[in-house]
Every structure is written in C-alpha cells, then in structure tokens.
Design a protein around this ligand. Sequence first.
Ligand code: RFL
Ligand code: PHB
Length: 404
Amino acid sequence: MSDQVRDAVVRTQVGIVGAGPAGLTLAQLLARRGIESVIVENRSREYVEARIRAGVLEQGSVDVLTEAGVGGRLAREGLRHDGIYLQWPEERHQLNFPALCGRSVWIYGQTEVVKDLIAARLADGQELFFEVADTAVHDVESERPSITFADAGGAARRVECDVVVGADGFHGVSRDVLQSQLAESRRRTWQRDYPFAWLGILADVAPSTDELIYAWHPNGFALNSMRSPTVTRLYLQVDPAERLEDWSDDRIWDELGTRLGVPGWTLQTGPVTDRSITPMRSFVSTPMRHGRLFLAGDAAHIVPPTGAKGLNLALLDVTLLATALEAFFTDKREDLLDSYSDDALAQVWRRTHFSWWMTTMLHAHGDDFDHQLQIAQLRYVTSSEAAATSLAENYTGMPLPPER
Ligand code: RFL
Ligand code: PHB
C-alpha cells in the first residue's frame, strides 16, 4: 500500500456523519467512555457555529451536555426559566413549571451548544473533518461499514469503522442509505406538512419579557423568546409561500407588536441581526437502525418548533445510543443496539405528539369555529391544574426511561 493510500484511510470504532448537536454530543459521550470516533461534516466550522436554531434546553439535555463535558459555560451563561406565558388577545397567563412538575428549562442557544462541543472535541485532539464533499456510507450490513468522502483539500478519504451513525440532519445522506437497504414492508416514513411557516428574527435588544411568550392571535401565532440578557429572538407565523424580502423591519416589528401586545406592556425593538423563514413539518422515519447503521436526531425525525423539542430529542437519541454502544464495545452486548430503534421511537412519538398538539393549539389556521376551540383549549390549559401539569411535564421533558 502506498503512503498516500494508507494516509487516506482512517480506522475508528464509530464513524459519525454530521457535526450538529447529535453527532458532536455523541462523540463526546463516547470519548468519555473510552470509545473512539471520527466525525465528517460537509459545512465549515464557521457555518455550523453560526447556524441560528434552537434555544430551549430541557433539564435532561443540560444533564447530558454536562456529562459530555460541556456544562461549564452553559451553567454560567444559560438562563433558567421556571415557566412560559400563554396568551390570547387581552389575556396573558403564566404556567409555573417547578410548581406543576418540579422541573425547569434553560435558555442557551444551539449556536453556543455547538461552539462548546466543537471546542471540547478539538481540545481533546479528536478527528473532525469539516468541509467534506461527496459523503457516502457503505457496507452497513457487514461488520466493517465505512464512510467515504473528499476532504477539504479534495483528497479522497475513507473512514473504516465498526458502526456508522447518521447524524446528518433532515437533508443528509444516511437516511436514504438505511431506507434503500430495507424491503418496502420493513421501512416507513410518516409526514405532516403544516399550512404555515415561521418567520424568525434575532435582534440586538434586551428581552421585553422574563419568560417566553407563546401568543395565539387571529392574525397568526407569535413567539417572544431570547438568547441572552441583550439578545431577543422572535417568531411570526406566516404563510409558507411568504417571501422574506416582502417583510421590512418595520412590518415585522408592527406585526409582532400587534400579536404580542397586551394592555400595559410594550415590545422593545432593536437592530435585526438575522432573519429566516422556516416551513413547519412533522416527519418520522422508521426503523432508526439497519445493520451497523444508526440514525440519530433530525436525520430520523423532525418536529415543528412550537414544542421546543428538536434539539432535545436529538440529545435523547444519542444518550440511548452512547449507552448501547458502550455495552457493545466493552461487554460485547448487542441487546441495547437491538432495542435502540424501538426505545428511541417511543420518545420520538411522545414528543411528536406534544409538538403537534402545541402547534395545533397555537396557530390560527382554520375558521372561526376552530379559533373558538383554540381559545377554549388555552383557557383550559391555563386554569386546570391537571391540564397545565400535562403541558409542563411535556415541555420540560418526560423523565428518561430507567437504564437497563
Ligand atoms: P443538524 O443540526 O441539522 O446537524 C446535522 C449536521 O449534518 C451535516 N450534514 C452532513 N455532513 C456530512 N455529509 C453530509 N452529506 C451531510 N449532510 C448534512 C449538516 O451540515 C449539519 O451540520 O441535526 P441534529 O444534530 O440532529 O440536531 C437537530 C437540531 O438542529 C434541530 O432539531 C433543532 O434545531 C430544532 N429546533 C429546536 N429544537 C429545540 O429543541 N428547541 C428549540 O427551541 C428549537 N427551535 C429548531 C428551533 C429548529 C428551527 N429551524 C430552523 C428548523 C427553531 C427553528 C427556527
Ligand atoms: C427559540 O428561542 O428559538 C425557540 C424557543 C421556543 C420554541 C421554539 C424556538 O418553542
């Protein structure tokens, strides 16, 4: 074998496609258990670190990130939130999570989670290829699967491993590899496209609220969130066909003011630093494992953001997977790998239901009869302790199943 060819091949235990929260967290959890991995990511480090997405972490996610060795800045800079406001015209009601279910949530941007994970990975001297092209996954029905790609310099590379984890998000390549190897009777996807999208902005202005405001309004849903004591994150329900260029800053702030307004409260405005429109869908692909290929996070499932579950679900998947891979590599046990797909999907469907339910309750999309039902539902959730507890325990995260 020539030196050039030998250098092009990397041997590891777990090959991971995708340096999003799922792939990066899994790699850290594995490293803490003495299991080697290599990550390949098709975007640049700068791009991955700047991609504005989630902001709410369940307590269980904070625990997982702490176990992964990246809890320090999160503990210092994360904002603990003990509840949310639910609102409809003229009325704003608080749900107090610790009083209802004994748990809180944390505000800490996904950008910060990803920065912390990449810094930890590189500080440990572990392999992470950015800006790769032509990622392909091979031989997942064998005991020696591999990932091939062109590295940032254009050189052909191969990662040979025992297990491949597809953590490459909704638009990645791994899900198709898995599905294409299964007979039609053994694979399935479920999808619901919602008839609206979210226009999201990030603004350099102190949040006008101490906790997140989820507002139903006849013009459409609005959400007042935040990233830090100086950065506000806001969303407006819009039609999926809506174009960003038709929304001037003034139009966005006016509409946010209308939908979020209640008497005696003012929405503070400031310079907009980021804007995007995201369509909303639910999607689940099963099974989440075939042979030596395992899917985790958005590669296998998408939820609409109304329940703040996507990132948390990705971390739940990799927590299960890290435990299963540890049993496999250290004790040669395959039982947890065998049950991974079913175990993960039980959590996925619970959160898929909650995300659908929050979305359906809060988005104005039907006729006046539907709107009356939504207001009745909101009144019930904010006045019945049983209904409020149900929302609180789902929002803050159902406890993890006991370890086997
Ligand atoms: P990611 O983050 O998409 O990462 C996948 C990575 O794989 C790379 N990749 C490839 N690499 C190599 N080869 C290929 N062929 C590749 N194809 C793709 C990608 O570049 C990327 O780096 O998936 P992951 O790790 O599963 O993480 C999932 C989360 O990112 C996602 O669920 C959340 O952002 C969803 N989400 C929210 N989740 C929450 O828990 N709480 C929230 O408050 C929340 N708010 C949101 C959200 C998502 C949003 N958008 C934009 C969809 C708000 C919004 C607006
Ligand atoms: C966010 O801050 O980006 C965020 C918060 C709560 C959600 C969705 C997004 O439900």
